[in-house]
Design a protein around this ligand. Structure first.
Ligand code: GTP
Ligand code: MG
Ligand code: ZN
Length: 307
C-alpha cells in the first residue's frame, strides 16, 4: 500500500510526539520559560538548543512534553525588543512591548541616568514611554519631582501615584498596550502591578511555584493580562542599563527633543559635542533643551557600557 507523505512523517515521528502549540512567554527565568497557551493553560518550557534568547512577551511555538512541560521550538517575529547590553553580553528585558513605564520613587533615591538610559533603549525601538513617580505620600516627593523636571521638559508624561492607596491614574494609559514596569529595586513595581491585577496573588503563587522562590524582591519578569486589551509586565529591579548595542547616533536619537532639533545642525551626522554650528548646543545655551538632559546625553555617549 502506498503512503501519502504526511502519513510517512506521522509514522516516523511516532505516537509520543505531540503537535506544536502556540503560546505567550509570561515568565522568564534563566533558561526556563512559563508559556501560556491559547486555552489559558501554563507550560513550564525549556528552549531547544543552546540559545535561550527569549523574553517575557515573546510569542512562541512549543511542543508539550507531558506533565505541563514543553520545549520551545520557535519564536515569532517581534514587533519590538527592549534590551540592555554590555560589550559582550546583552540581557533581554521584554518583547513586543508597546509601552514602557519607568517607575521611580522618592525613597529609595533613584538615578536619573538610569531613567535616561532606559528611555533611550525604548525610544530606539519605537516603544512609547512614560515615567511613573510612585510613593507621593512620602514627604520627600517634591525632591523627586525636581529630579524629574528635565524629563518633563523633554515631553515625557509623568504620572504621580501612591501605589499603596490608588493606582487609578494608570488605568486608561494601559488600555491597548503591553506595558512593562521597569526601575530600580524598591521603587514599588510589584506593588503597582499587584494593585492593578485583580488576581495577582493567585498568579504570583502560580509563578512562584514555577520558580520555587518565596522572596519579596522580584527575581523574574512576569506578564499579567488585565483584560483582552491590556497586559503588564513586572520586571526585576535593575541597577544598571548598558547601551553597548547602540552607536552614538542612535543614542542621540533616543532623546526626542534632540532628535527634533538635530535637523538644524550644520552637519547631518552631527554628534552634538565638538561640531560647529550645532543646533543642540545652541538650544542648551538658550534653555530650550534642559541642561541636565544634555549632560545625560554626554554621559551616555562616553559612559559605562555595563548592562
Ligand atoms: N510609602 C509607600 N510605600 C510604597 C508604595 N508603593 C510601594 N511601597 C513600598 O516599597 C517597597 C518596595 O515595593 P516593591 O513593590 O517590592 O518594589 P519593587 O520595585 O517591585 O522592587 P524589586 O522587585 O526589588 O525590583 C515595599 O515595602 C512597598 O510596600 C507607596 O506608594 N508608598
Ligand atoms: Mg518587584
Ligand atoms: Zn548638533
Amino acid at each position: 500500500m502506498q503512503r501519502t507523505p504526511l502519513e510517512t512523517v506521522k509514522q516516523s515521528v511516532g505516537p509520543l510526539m505531540q503537535a506544536a502549540s502556540s503560546g505567550l512567554v509570561v515568565a522568564a527565568h534563566g533558561r526556563r520559560f512559563l508559556v501560556r497557551a491559547g486555552d489559558a493553560t501554563f507550560y513550564d518550557c525549556v528552549v531547544r538548543g543552546k540559545r535561550a534568547d527569549l523574553a517575557c512577551g515573546d510569542q512562541v511555538s512549543f511542543r508539550p512534553t507531558g506533565d505541563n512541560g514543553g520545549v520551545i521550538e520557535a519564536t515569532l517575529p517581534r514587533q519590538t525588543l527592549l534590551l540592555r547590553a554590555a560589550v559582550h553580553r546583552q540581557k533581554l528585558i521584554a518583547a513586543n512591548l508597546t509601552q514602557l513605564a519607568i517607575l521611580v520613587a522618592p525613597e529609595p533615591s533613584f538615578s536619573d541616568e538610569l531613567v535616561a538610559r532606559a528611555l533611550v533603549a525604548a525610544e530606539d525601538q519605537g516603544i512609547a514611554c512614560l515615567i511613573v513617580l510612585n510613593k507621593i505620600d512620602l514627604p520627600t516627593a517634591d525632591f523627586a519631582r525636581q529630579q524629574l523636571a528635565p524629563f518633563k521638559a523633554a515631553g515625557y508624561p509623568i504620572i504621580e501615584i501612591s501605589a499603596k492607596t490608588d493606582v487609578s491614574a494608570l488605568h486608561t494609559l494601559l488600555l491597548g498596550n503591553l506595558t512593562a514596569f521597569l526601575g530600580q529595586s524598591g521603587m514599588g513595581k510589584s506593588t503597582v502591578v499587584n494593585a492593578l491585577v485583580p488576581d495577582a496573588a493567585a498568579a504570583t503563587r502560580e509563578i512562584s511555584h514555577f520558580l520555587d522562590s518565596g522572596r519579596h524582591t522580584t527575581t523574574a519578569s512576569r506578564l499579567y493580562r488585565l483584560d483582552e486589551r491590556a497586559s503588564i509586565i513586572d520586571c526585576p529591579g535593575i541597577q544598571e542599563f548598558g547601551l553597548a548595542h547602540l552607536d552614538p547616533l542612535r543614542i542621540a536619537r533616543g532623546f526626542p527633543e534632540i532628535r527634533t532639533l538635530a535637523t538644524r545642525c550644520r552637519f547631518n551626522d552631527c554628534g552634538h559635542v565638538t561640531e560647529p554650528e550645532c543646533a543642540i548646543k545652541l538650544a542648551v545655551a538658550n534653555g530650550r533643551i534642559h541642561a541636565r538632559r544634555y549632560a545625560l546625553l554626554l554621559r551616555l555617549l562616553t559612559g559605562s557600557h555595563t548592562a
